[in-house]
Structures are given as structure tokens and as C-alpha cells.
Design a protein around this ligand. Structure first.
Ligand code: HEC
Length: 448
């Protein structure tokens, strides 16, 4: 993946996106925490499915743009140049941490259904030219706590589940960013249901639930915030103000106002009672407000992924106050708040977990167990315990940090995680993770 935050604005999305048509198919994984279990995914193979998934889903021009690097010579090169540009650039392959053939096969099968022989040709080539990098093995820290992780493979391959939530009825929801849809998992029955969006290429990014059970989401590419009624599948669109774009991560405050960060350097809000959408620009130009949370006093706080700063929003006026972080290279990506309203953040390019004290403006940082390159990303607080993911290692690592004892413990994510871009805590103190590249949603049962 791309490490330069400034280039992280938008992934190219196929126009129009047509997901592989091989029907709902999912498997359920269960693994005790600490155990690495590699899933084998059974693919349903039809040539039609392969063709649709491979090439016809986007214009020839867009596909040409995605051939952004010249792959090493080999028998599978033309095949890869044909089928893998359906959703993203070829540099996803050259920038990857590499894999064994078996793990390439598992990963590729979460994105596209290929006939056995093609899968074999492609994965032999990938394993030869892109073997697992030595520094990508996870650092796992033992400890006394126990978790168990359940994962669901999502029905539409390569859908890039970006953000997850648990709804009040206990169901789990995800945004399928590349597949232009939201989805719901019924944890009791195991049923997965998808809700395709009418506006093409909405690129749904984040989501949250209101008190009536509607699911609100940010359409990052199409400049609207949507309200999905899960009973009817109907979506109401709330357009963001002129001059703003890229609604990114949404969150409800205690009064039912929806706040959201924006890629244009704004923090927006929707008043659901009136449907009015407003946005406030950040004091600094060229910012990228990213993760956002609301504290115990109803104040939204966010982190700026393009600069060393944290933002505080006045819930009445919407005005933003910025707080500088001490290290100029900090690029905080996601945020969590502990009950004392301290601000915790993952400093993605510096491999650190940070704490900003809003009362004193003091900052304290801890190097993540995986070091500078570990790319800490999704983060959530359960009471005084911080959970976050190291997104560089394959498999990704789930880290527990006790803010009182400052002890770390960690676990591998069974599916590999494939970059966990967001995670949320449930009211029971468990966690829900969106595993973007492996097309999974994971539920972490925190047992002790
Ligand atoms: C149906 C869409 C789709 C197709 C087709 C597709 N991919 Fe992907 N791929 C994805 C998504 C979604 C991601 C995750 C992107 C992200 O989260 O940034 C991804 C990510 C990746 C990554 C990075 C994985 C990681 O762990 O970080 C690699 C490598 C990759 N794809 C290889 C391939 C190869 C090889 C092919 C062709 C055989 C292929 N992809 C075809 C959707 C697709």
C-alpha cells in the first residue's frame, strides 16, 4: 500500500463498478486468539464469473491507468495485467509485503474467482516474484488476556470493507467501498445481506447508526451523506455544501447530530431533524481530517492525517480549534477516547501510539511493538484499555494496551486482516474490525 498520506486521498474506483456475479458465498472462520489459522476459501468457478470480474467491470481507459507499473516478465504477466486491473492498480502487487503461494492463493480468492489453472499460474508467478518480505512477519506479545476472533467472508468479492459498526440489535454492518454497497451480518443466524446503493460509485466509506436503527454512511466520492432504512433498503441523500467534498468518517453525538470529517479539510454536520448539512473549514489549509470521536461532553475530536495535529470542534458553533503534536512527522490517522476524555491516536507513519491530554496539552507516545514500520491504524477504547491494529505485518496484529499498567499484548488476525482500516468497540466491550483486502468482517470477543 501507499505509505505517503498525502497520496491517500482517493483510490481509483472502476466506473461503473460491477461486482463479480458468482452469487453469495461466504465462509465463517473461528479461531481462538493467538492461533494463526489460515482459511482456505473454496471458489465457485465459472468462466462467466471470471470474465465479469476480470475486465468488463470498468472502462478500458480506467484499466489502462491502473497498469501503473511494469511487472516482471513471466508467463502469468499478461493474465495479471488483464484480470487484476478490474479494481485497482498493479502497484498494489508490487507494493505488497509478498506471500507464499498458498497465501497468495487465499488472498487472490477473496478478490476474484478464477479457474484453478489460472489461479495456479498467477499464484506461482506471484510467489516467485513477490515472496513474503522478511520484515513482514508479525511481532506477537504474550500476556494474560484472552480473545476469540470470528470472521465472515463477505458475499461480494473485493468489496473493500472499510468501516464496521455493531448496530443496537447486535447485527454487524460494513461499508463495501469498492462494491458500492453496505452490508449487514446477523450474528445469530449467520445471514449476510447486502444493500446496493443507487448512486453509482458512491464509494461508501464510514457508517453509524441513529437511535431509530437507520444506518448513515458517507459517500466519499459522490459528496453526500446517506441514510439507509434497513427495512426498505431506501436511501435518503444529504448533499454536502458547495466547495466541500469527500465526506469521510461519520459519528453521532449524544444529541443525535451526525458529525463527519471531510477530505476537503472540513468537519461537517447533519442535523437529522431538519436535514440541514453544514461544514466548517479547519483553521490550517490543506488538512485531511480523518478519524473522529465524540467525547463525554458531546465535543467532536478528530485527527489530521496530513499534519501533526488534532482538532477539537465546538458542538454549538462548529468552530474548530487545532492542537499541534510535538513531532512534525506525526500523521495521526484514527482516534479513540478514554473515559477521562484523553485523546489516543495511531501515528501511522511513525509506528506509535499517542496520548494527548486535553487539560494540559501534554503528549505522550509509545513505540508500537512492531516498531517504526508497523503502521498502526484502526483503534478503539474499551474503558481504559486501548485496542488497535498494526497494519504492516501479515497477518495484521491486534494490539491491546493497558493505559494504567502500560503493558502491551497482541494477537494475529486469523484471516490476515489485509489492512484493518477501522475498528469499533461494542457496548459489551468487544470489538468489530473491517479487514479491507481480505474482504472480511471480524468480531473479537474479549473474554478477559
Ligand atoms: C473485485 C475487485 C478486485 C480485483 C479484481 C482484484 N483485487 Fe486486489 N484488492 C481488492 C481490494 C478491495 C483490495 C484492498 C484495497 C485496500 O484496502 O486498500 C485489494 C488489495 C490487493 C493487494 C494488497 C493486499 C494487502 O494485503 O495489502 C494485493 C497484493 C492485490 N489486491 C492483488 C490482486 C491481484 C494479484 C489480483 C488479480 C489476480 C487482484 N488483486 C484483483 C480488490 C480486487
Amino acid at each position: 500500500m501507499n505509505l505517503r498520506p498525502d497520496e491517500h486521498t482517493l483510490w481509483p474506483i472502476p466506473t461503473p463498478f460491477r461486482p463479480p456475479q458468482d452469487g453469495p458465498e461466504y465462509i465463517r472462520h473461528f479461531a481462538e486468539g493467538g492461533n494463526l489459522m489460515r482459511n482456505r476459501i473454496t471458489t465457485i468457478l465459472t468462466t462467466t464469473a471470471c470474465l465479469v470480474a476480470a475486465g468488463l467491470s470498468s472502462s478500458a481507459l480506467a484499466q489502462q491507468d491502473r497498469r501503473d507499473v511494469d511487472l516482471p516478465a513471466g508467463d502469468a504477466k499478461p493474465l495479471i495485467e488483464g484480470v487484476c486491473v478490474g479494481c485497482h492498480q498493479l502497484s498494489f502487487i508490487t507494493n505488497s509485503v509478498g506471500n507464499s503461494q498458498e497465501d497468495w492463493s487465499t488472498l487472490v480468492s477473496t478478490m476474484i474467482a478464477l479457474p484453478d489453472q489460472q489461479l495456479d499460474t498467477i499464484t506461482t508467478y506471484l510467489a516467485t516474484n513477490f515472496p513474503k518480505k522478511a520484515d513482514s512477519y508479525p511481532v506477537v506479545i504474550d500476556g494474560p488476556h484472552k480473545v476469540s476472533i470470528t470472521e465472515w467472508m463477505l458475499p461480494t468479492r473485493g468489496s473493500r470493507p472499510h468501516d464496521p459498526i455493531e448496530a443496537h440489535d447486535g447485527s454487524l454492518w460494513w461499508t463495501g467501498q469498492f462494491a458500492n454497497r453496505l452490508g449487514r451480518i446477523d450474528r445469530e443466524t449467520g445471514e449476510l445481506k447486502e444493500f446496493p446503493l443507487d448512486v453509482p460509485n458512491s464509494n461508501p466509506h464510514g457508517l453509524d447508526e441513529d437511535t431509530e436503527g437507520n444506518i448513515w454512511f458517507t459517500a466519499v466520492a459522490e459528496r453526500y451523506v446517506g441514510k439507509l432504512n434497513p427495512s426498505t433498503g431506501e436511501v435518503t441523500e444529504y448533499h454536502v455544501p458547495e466547495g466541500t467534498r469527500g465526506p469521510h468518517t461519520p459519528i453521532f453525538d449524544q444529541n443525535g447530530t451526525l458529525w463527519f470529517t471531510m477530505q476537503s479539510g472540513h468537519v461537517g454536520r447533519v442535523d437529522p431533524a431538519t436535514g440541514t448539512v453544514t461544514a466548517e473549514k479547519t483553521p490550517t489549509d490543506g488538512t485531511y481530517p480523518y478519524g473522529i470521536q465524540v467525547n463525554s461532553k458531546g465535543e467532536p475530536w478528530y485527527v489530521d492525517f496530513r499534519g501533526p495535529r488534532i482538532g477539537q470542534v465546538d458542538p454549538v458553533t462548529g468552530k474548530i480549534t487545532e492542537h499541534e503534536l510535538p513531532n512534525a512527522d506525526s500523521r495521526p490517522r484514527r482516534i479513540a477516547l478514554t473515559p477521562d476524555d484523553a485523546v489516543w491516536y495511531t501515528d501511522y507513519p511513525r509506528g506509535r501510539l499517542g496520548r494527548f491530554d486535553p487539560k494540559t496539552s501534554d503528549v505522550k507516545e509509545w513505540m508500537s511493538p512492531g516498531g517504526e514500520k508497523s503502521r498502526p491504524y484502526g483503534i478503539a477504547a474499551v474503558g481504559n484499555v486501548i485496542w488497535y491494529v498494526e497494519a504492516y505485518a501479515r497477518p495484521n496484529i491486534l494490539v491491546r494496551f493497558d493505559t494504567e499498567t502500560e503493558a502491551f499484548q497482541s494477537w494475529v488476525i486469523p484471516s490476515g486482516g489485509g489492512v484493518v482500516r477501522h475498528m469499533v468497540a461494542t457496548p459489551d466491550g468487544d470489538l468489530v474490525l473491517a479487514c479491507s483486502a481480505v474482504n472480511h468482517v471480524a468480531y473479537v470477543d474479549v473474554e478477559s
